[in-house]
Design a protein. Sequence first.
Length: 146
Amino acid sequence: MPSRLRKTWNHQGHQSQGSHGSHGSHGRPGGCWRQASPRISFHKYHPGSSGKAGLRHHDHVKRNGSFCPTVNLDKLWTLVREQTRGNAAKTTTGAAPITDVVRSGYYKILGKGKLPKQPVIVKVKFFSRHAEKIQGLGGGVRPVSW
């Protein structure tokens, strides 16, 4: 086969012809440059700088488990529709409106702020100890499973 028909002819003008990178080229030691350099003085003043240590953390995978959007008590009534809020204020039977906080995109209730003196039942995955103010007003917290 004549050389003009070979595939390498397509790589003319490209530095490595597609087989190696631009820095390490071919046949160099892997990793960083320190592993190939004269290392006595480097290890003397920078011990432990080369090589691997510890476990690898795949943060993009683990972030799901720590995903827990929060809402404070003072913002809790903003998640309830106005019509439901008005009906709950008018009723004298003591029926409390049920609010599904998880459906609104929050997983945990924190205890900052004050609630109006009106009972409410909240469905939520987690709640802090201070968020038990809801039960003090005659309402309740129903944990929702995953």
